[in-house]
Structure formats: structure tokens, C-alpha cells
Design a protein around this ligand. Sequence first.
Ligand SMILES: [Zn+2]
Length: 476
Amino acid sequence: MKKLFICIIIATALALPLGAAACTSKPDRTAYSITAEYDDESGTLTAECTVDYYNGGEDTDVIKFNLYGNAYRKGALYKPVSGEFATRAYYGGASYGAMEIENVSGAESWQVCGEDSNILEVTLPERLPGGGRAQVSISYTLELANINHRTGITRHTVNLGNFYPIACVRSGGGFIEVPYYSDGDPFMSDCADYMVEITVPDGYTVAAGGTCERQGNTVHCTLENARDFAMVLSNEFKKLECDADGTAVTYYYYDDDNAETALDAAAQSLLYFEEKFGEYEYPSYTVVQTGFAAGGMEYPAFAMISDGLEPADAIYATVHETAHQWWYAMAGSDQINNAWQDEGLAEYSALCFFEEHPNYGFTRTGLINSATEAYRAYYSVYNQIFGDADTTMGRHLKDFVSDYEYVNIAYNKGLIMFDSLRTSIGDDRFFKGLKDYFERANGKIATPEQLIESFTATGVDIAGFFDSFLEGKIII
Ligand SMILES: [Zn+2]
């Protein structure tokens, strides 16, 4: 049965009024206020990021920020893309960028440090107690490489993922520093409030998540309770927009004969996941076609989809990234140590959507079979190369030897695991468990144990089931 949804293509931009602050007390989360200007001649973003930092950990003298944008510099220890993607990513040959911190005000002192110059450490003028707030303002420039990746200039667009210093997640008295591992999504952050103002050259459109308003060449966006914030700029964008039960869904593209279907897939999957897992909490959802070496990339209220995909794969990627709104953006997990948790769920949620929407051409059996075949091929090859293929799922990103291995373990084996779980415990328990997990994990970073507990709470003992997959004992 086709889901009810209204899709009226709106020709003119929607002028959404910015919501007035309804409450006076600040929520227990960090707020970023970023002012940026993009210069297309130098390919540089000049910005100031004012952080109203909320200390969710123990007392501290410092605040640490991940400088993901610095991974694109020449000589970086961790390359932003793996060898398998390098040619597709660096479309014009080698190219470099950098995130240069110019100044930090409100600090006693500051330094760029970390394993790979990937951390900004700001020493505060006075000790910050747990639960306290501190304000610092970081001036920086982000030089963009020519690369089809999260942060860079592509042939048709400018991808601004990871374009600002983002506070490291606290772990007791410390901070979790995350180098830019090329396999997987090496990101970990707490939900925060965003106010972003970007000025672009004449003719450029800003595609972003949240509530945006344009005045002249400046676009002002707000997004609350979000794990991250990203944008894509282009002077070639066309736009389709529709309303999915109160959520404005927008698709920006420059070369897509299938644009209406892409918009439909985004809006319909958004409605389907809301019904299956819980309410979508952002005011809008924006999907953008862009230069991207892999299939796509998820951000809160926002997704990048590669312009190099075949039409069916682009639809698949759109639904996968939409599922990440639940499994990553809202219900967070540790993507560094347990990538299967959000990738496996995003893959399996996409399967569930396609199963109920056969008009997109994918079937449950077809998706299971192709994941199983791919996984078996990987297993056979890696068994030959390494003698004994490591099939554990709960592994650190640095412990994957290739992107090929990462995809087979986190995506394909993840999909097979969730399908096997659903077959074992039945649809009712399976979807009840996911709904419960979403409710508990929303706004947080959930452990695998918390996911397992949500299924256990439906009255089944499945700890052994998860162990057999996660520890690599199951034969597929
Ligand atoms: Zn994904």
C-alpha cells in the first residue's frame, strides 16, 4: 500500500520565519554561532566560530575541538580517503587544503596539537566545573582541496561538511580525540544548537539543513539539538521541494533526470521511518546531489548524495542516508568502535522501506541475497589472503584493513544480522525493539548493549545471538 503523503512542488523559495526563543533557560548542550564567508577565487572559507560550551563531563581547565578540516593538508598522517577511492576523489590530481586557526578569544592560551594536528586545545582562564558553561571564539580559515569528499571543492559544488572546529565528546575527565580515519565515518559529537551565517559569491545557492533565510548573498540558518551541521554551495543548483506531513523536504541537484523520484524517495522514506521508529525532530530535510567519491554522507537534517551513481543506486543511497537521521543524527552511537550499529541499522531500515515500497525496484530477498553474496566473496578472498578472515564487527575503524572489508562487515554483515534477528523474533518484537531503542538513544550516544537491551525488553533472550555475529563466530 502506498503511503499517504502530499508532494506539491513549490516553485518559489519558502520564507520560513525564524522561531522566537520560547524559553529563557539554556538547554544542557553546547551552542555554536558561526559566521563565514566563502571566496570562490581562492577556494577559502574565512570564519569565526563562537562556542557557548556546555561541560557535560568532569571539571576541566581545557576544551578540546576536533579539526577534521585539517586532515586535507599536505603531509597529513591520516589521509582523508582510502587508496580505493583516491582516484575518484582527487578528480584533478593531488590537491590539499587546511584548517588554520588564526586566533581564539576568551582563552588563556591555545594550541593545535593531537596525533595529526587534528586537535585545537583551548586553555580556559579559569577552571570550568562540570555542568558549567564557557565562551570562546575561534577565528579560522578553511582552505579547500579540490576533492569529491566531505570537505572540498567538487566540479559543480563546494562541500562544507566538517567546516568548523567541533567540541570533542567528553569521557570522564578527558576528551575523545578522533583522527580522520579513511575507512568509515570518523566522527563523534554531542548534540548542540547551531546558528550559521554564510556569505557566498553572487549566483551561489546555499543548501543546508535546518531553518534558513536568505538576505542578499547571506544565508542564515538555525538547527537545534543536532549532532553536526553541514552545507553544500553551488552556482548550478536546481531545486525541488515538497511537504512530508509538515516537514519541508528539498532536493538540490544539477544533473538528475530522476529528480522527482529522488525527492519522492526522500519524503516517503522520511514518513515511513517516522511511523516505524519515532518522530523526525528537525524542521526540514535537505538532500543534495554533489561530487562525492562514495555513495553519500549523512548529516543532521541533511544528506549528500554522489552525482556519480546510477539512478537506482542514487535512490538507494538517498533512503540509506535518510535512515541515518534516526540512526546517527538523532539516536547516536559510537561510530569509531561500533560502526555496524548505525550503518547496519541504516542498511536494514532501507531494506524495510523498499520491502514496503516495491515501486523503487528493490526487494527484501534481492537485497539480502546481494549482501550475502558480497559478504561471502569478501570472506573467501580475505581467508585466502590472511589465512583466517577477521569477521568481528565490534572493531575500531583503524583495525579495518580496507574500505572493502569495512563495507562488508559494517553494512553487509550488519544487514544480514538484523534480517536474521527479525526472522527469529518476528516483526512485532523487532520493530517494537527499534522504536524503544530510538526513544532511549535519541539525543545520546548509545552503546551496543543499549540496543540489545531494547530487544531483550520485548521478552526475548538475544544476547547470544548478537555475540555470535559481533564476535565473528557465525558462519554466513
Ligand atoms: Zn551510512
